[in-house]
Design a protein around this ligand. Sequence first.
Ligand code: NAD
Length: 382
Amino acid sequence: MRTGIWLVGARGSVATTTVVGAAALRAGMAPATGCVSMLEPFHDLPLPDFGDLVFGGHDIASTSLIKRAGELAEAGVLPLGLPDVLSLELAAADAEIRPAPSQGESGGQAAVAAAISADLTDFRDRLALDRVVVVNVSSTEPPATPHPAHASLALLRQALAGAEQVLPPSSLYAFAALESGCAFVDFTPSAGARLPALDELARERGLPYAGSDAKTGETLVKSVLAPMFARRALRVRSWSGTNLLGGGDGATLANPDHAISKNESKAMVLPAVLGHEVDGGVHIHNVPDLGDWKTAWDHITFEGFLGVRMSMQFTWNGCDSALAAPLVLDLARFAALAHQAGVVGPLPELGFFFKNPVASTEHALEAQYATLVEWARTAGAA
Ligand SMILES: NC(=O)c1ccc[n+]([C@@H]2O[C@H](COP(=O)([O-])OP(=O)(O)OC[C@H]3O[C@@H](n4cnc5c(N)ncnc54)[C@H](O)[C@@H]3O)[C@@H](O)[C@H]2O)c1
């Protein structure tokens, strides 16, 4: 099953690590460490093989993928020398990256969506792909400004024909992806497909979509620890998290408007799992020197029998793109499976991967994993 993975933000750290990683897996040069879809419960499912994946994408940046991979290798995110060994594969993926159509183009957003769709259709047809999954790994946007046209597909189509900018870029990509018959995955906290009008479009076109905001670090740990406190009937009183990161993501999140989206999705797990709000909060600091390495330092206070006060702390030092890239591959493989099985609309069963799972209020990691396994087996048998 030849499957295209169209990366929005194709020249970013996560996208570049994904393309390099997939090429290394295909060449048998690296084990699939971090790839959930390679675990035993998913072995017999009709998921696309790594050898069946073909990459393309959009970006506003023009730095070549080979140069980006070289920079990531210099920074220690990729093994030194690997981009050179895989230069042919990287050149092939680079040749499939198109400049992001400008949001300010004349003809309004309908014209921009048509240009995105034309790139997607050309990619699928020219490379004889069975299906294409569009994965948004571009810079996190501020929360979408509400617009009456978000409420229904008819209103949205009408508004897109005008000169007004009614959709944020991530939602315009989602619109174009669904219009072109592609499944859509939002790896970021941006609005993406999560507007009523786009849900309607997905259902009209018989397509699945998943999101939002992959959990790869602090929130992943929280989604394991919070259920532990809840199961032991220990009352969590405060949970404060400080995140230090650099790279493109750190620079984007240094803008308070953009950080709102990330902070909102990071804040979901605790009230959902503990059943009450707790003191504290999440803070993100841009430290350019850290590059792709993210340090999350969390301080938790909790109460035990007879009101005795206790605390715990943890420190997470993660390489963000190395944690994210295998999940991009997993999500594309599972979304392709959903598309093939005829699953339509939101995919709450992929909530295991996300901080803000679409159509689901479950945030506990083990429960999410059990749901994923059951869903994948059913979809695989369809
Ligand atoms: N790394 C992780 O662990 C992780 C976890 C969850 C979410 N994310 C999200 O994944 C995204 C990518 O992270 P990254 O570290 O690769 O960031 P990055 O800054 O390195 O890459 C983002 C890319 O998006 C491109 N871009 C920006 N606007 C665009 C547009 N309108 N159209 C097309 N391309 C556009 C940029 O030019 C850049 O190449 C971020 O939104 C981040 O919050 C990452």
